[in-house]
Design a protein around this ligand. Structure first.
Ligand code: B12
Ligand code: SF4
Length: 458
C-alpha cells in the first residue's frame, strides 16, 4: 500500500516571513512521530512518504494516489488538518488521524477521518493501515520498552530539514498544570544510552551537522544524561549545534554543565514561566526564584545559550509581573525569549479549570498556538494580555542587546539575534496593521468582545 503522512501547518506559519524567522530562530526540523510510524510501515513492505508543511509548501495533488493518508495534529493546526483530511476523503482516500490534538479530542477528530489513533501509535499503526484493526477510535497501548521502536527514517521525508531530532525519553517526571506532553506521553520512560548512541551514529552517517534533543526534559535523570554525554564525547558523536529542553535544576550539577558544554549542547530552552513564586506554586512547577537566577548565571559561565520561556497570563500574575519577567530575561542576557501566552490545551488541568469557570473565549483551535489569548485572564483583560505578548517581544528583542549577545556568545549568535530583532519588528508591525486597519479579525474581535465579556465568534 502507499501511505502518505502529512504534518500540517497553519496559514501564518506558511508565510515567507514566518519561515525566514524560523530559519533565524533555529535549524529546520520535524515532528518525528510520522517518520517512526513510516519506518514501521516501510519494514512491513509498504511504500511511505512524509511531508511537512512548516518548511515547504506541499502539492497535495501529487498525493492523490495514496491508499492511506495519515495526518499528525497539534491543536493550532487542527483546523488545517481537518481541511486536508476532508479534501482527501472527498477524493476517496482513506484518512487516519493521530498526534497530540486528535489524542486529546478523538470524538471531534473522527468527524474528519476514517480512523483515529489515540496516543503513541507504534504498536497499532501496521494493523490499522492493513485493516486488521477496524475500530473507529483506537486507544494505542503504551510502549514501555522504547528501545523496541525503530529510529525516525529520514529517507521517507520529502520536504526539507536541516537538523535531526532525537527523543531519548518520553514524558516528564513533573506535571505542570498547563503541560500537554507530560500527559500525552505518560508515564516517563527512558531509552537505553546504547540505543540513543546508535541513533546518533545514524545521523552522523547521513551527514547531519546539527541535532536536537527534543525530549520534554532532557536532564530529568542527570546520571543517565551524563552517561549519554560522556559516550557522545568519547565516540565523537558531537554535532556543530545541539538544542535541548531543560529545567533550572540542571545548573545544580557542575559536572553535567561541563559535559553539556563539551558535547556542544549549546542552546537550551528553560521554562522560567514566572518570577512570581505564588504563580510557580500554583502551576505546580516545583521551582524557586533563586533556582532561576542561579541557572542563568551558570549557563552563561558555560556559554550555553539560554532560551528563556515565560508563561504570560497566569492567574496570580499581574502585568507588572510579566514585565518584570521580561526585564529579568534581558538582564540575565538570555539569548532568546519565548513569551508563551498561557494556552489551555485540551486534556490539561488548566483547560478543565477554565471550562468549569466559563473563562474560555474561543473554541477556534487555530488560535491555540501560545501567541494568542484564548481565555479570560484573572488580573487583566484578554486584550491587555494580547498586547503584553507584543510588548514582551518588542522589549526583549532590541538592536543594542544583539551586540551584547555577539560579545558574549560570538558573531553567529549576535547576527541571529539581530535577525530576530528585525523579524520581530516586522511581525509586530504586521500585527498592529491588522489591528488598526482590519475590520473583522481575531484581534479586533478580541478587543471588542472581551470588554463586553462575550464569547468570540471568529
Ligand atoms: C519538534 C517540535 C516542533 C518543531 C517542528 C514542528 C513541525 N515541523 O511542525 C518546531 C520547533 C518547529 C515546532 C513548532 C511548533 N510547535 Co512544536 N513540538 C515539537 C516537539 C518538541 C517534538 C515532536 C516530536 O517529535 N515528538 C516525539 C514523537 C515520538 O511524538 P509524536 O511526533 O507526537 O508522535 C507520536 C504520536 O503523536 C502519534 N502520531 C504522530 N503522528 C501521527 C500520525 C498519525 C496518522 C497517527 C495515527 C499517529 C501519529 O504516534 C507517534 C509515535 O508515538 C513537541 C513536543 C513533544 N514531546 O511531542 C512540540 C509540540 C508538538 N509543539 C507544540 C507547539 C504549540 C508548537 C508551535 C505552535 C509553537 C509556536 N508557538 O510556534 C509551533 C507550530 C508549528 C507548526 N507546524 O505549525 C506543542 C503542541 C501542543 C498541542 N497540544 O497542540 C508541543 C506538544 C509542545 C508543547 N508545548 O507542549 N515544534
Ligand atoms: S517541567 Fe516542562 S515538560 Fe515537565 S511537566 Fe513541566 S512544562 Fe511539562
Amino acid at each position: 500500500m502507499k501511505v502518505i503522512f502529512i504534518v500540517p501547518t497553519d496559514a501564518i506559519r506558511r508565510t515567507p516571513v514566518y519561515r525566514l524567522g524560523g530559519s533565524i530562530y533555529g535549524y529546520s526540523n520535524v515532528i518525528t512521530g510520522p517518520l517512526v510510524l513510516g519506518h514501521i510501515l516501510k519494514n512491513a513492505g509498504h511504500q511511505v512518504e512524509v511531508y511537512e508543511e512548516l518548511n515547504e509548501d506541499v502539492d497535495f495533488s501529487q498525493c492523490m494516489d495514496a491508499d492511506v493518508i495519515g495526518i499528525y495534529t497539534m491543536t493550532s493546526c487542527a483546523p488545517r488538518a481537518y481541511n486536508i483530511a476532508d479534501m482527501f476523503r472527498q477524493h476517496n482516500c482513506r484518512v487516519i488521524l493521530g498526534g497530540m490534538h486528535a489524542s486529546a479530542v478523538p470524538e471531534e477528530a473522527i468527524k474528519h477521518a476514517d480512523q483515529v489513533i489515540v496516543g503513541e501509535a507504534e504498536s497499532v499503526i501496521k494493523d490499522v493501515v492493513e485493516k486488521k484493526i477496524t475500530d473507529k477510535i483506537i486507544k494505542a497501548p503504551i510502549i514501555y520498552n522504547l528501545d523496541e521502536i525503530p529510529f525516525p527514517d529520514y529517507s521517507l521525508l520529502k520536504t526539507s530539514c536541516s537538523a535531526a531530532n532525537v527523543i531519548t525519553t518520553r514524558g516528564c517526571p513533573f506535571s505542570c498544570s498547563f503541560c500537554t506532553t507530560s500527559r500525552m506521553f505518560h508515564p516517563y520512560r527512558e531509552r537505553s544510552v546504547e540505543n540513543v548512541i546508535e541513533e546518533l551514529r545514524y545521523y552522523k552517517s547521513l551527514g547531519f551537522k546539527c541535532m536536537n534533543f527534543e525530549d520534554d526534559n532532557f536532564t530529568a535523570n542527570k546520571k543517565r544524561t551524563k552517561k549519554l554525554l560522556r559516550r557522545m564525547i568519547e565516540e565523537n558523536l558531537v554535532f556543530k549545534e545541539t538544542f535541548f529542553f531543560g529545567r533550572t535544576d540542571l545548573a545544580e550539577d557542575e559536572e553535567l554543565l561541563q559535559l553539556l558544554q563539551k558535547a556542544h549542547l549549546n542552546r537550551v530552552l528553560v521554562g522560567i514561566e514566572s518570577l512570581n513564586q505564588k504563580s510557580l506554586n500554583a502551576i505546580n512547577k516545583k521551582q524557586k526564584i533563586v533556582d532561576i537566577e542561579k541557572c542563568a548565571k551558570r549557563l552563561a559561565q558555560y556559554k550555553i545559550r539560554l532560551i528563556a520561556s515565560l508563561v504570560l497570563g497566569l492567574d496570580d500574575d499581574s502585568i507588572e509581573d510579566i514585565r518584570r519577567g521580561v526585564k529579568f530575561c534581558r538582564h540575565i542576557n538570555a539569548y532568546q525569549l519565548q513569551p508563551a501566552v498561557l494556552t489551555p490545551f485540551p486534556g490539561t488541568p488548566v483547560y478543565k479549570k477554565f471550562i468549569k469557570e466559563k473563562r474560555m473565549i474561543t473554541d477556534n483551535w487555530r488560535y491555540f498556538d501560545m501567541m494568542n489569548v484564548t481565555f479570560k485572564p484573572r488580573n487583566m483583560s484578554a486584550w491587555q494580555l494580547q498586547k503584553e505578548f507584543f510588548h514582551s517581544v518588542r522589549k526583549f528583542y532590541n538592536f543594542t542587546s544583539s551586540f551584547k549577545i555577539m560579545r558574549l556568545f560570538g558573531f553567529d549568535s549576535g547576527i541571529r539575534r539581530l535577525g530576530l530583532w528585525f523579524i520581530s519588528r516586522i511581525g509586530i508591525a504586521f500585527s498592529y496593521f491588522y489591528i488598526w486597519f482590519g475590520k473583522h479579525n481575531y484581534y479586533t474581535n478580541l478587543k471588542k468582545f472581551c470588554s463586553n465579556n462575550k464569547t468570540l465568534t471568529e
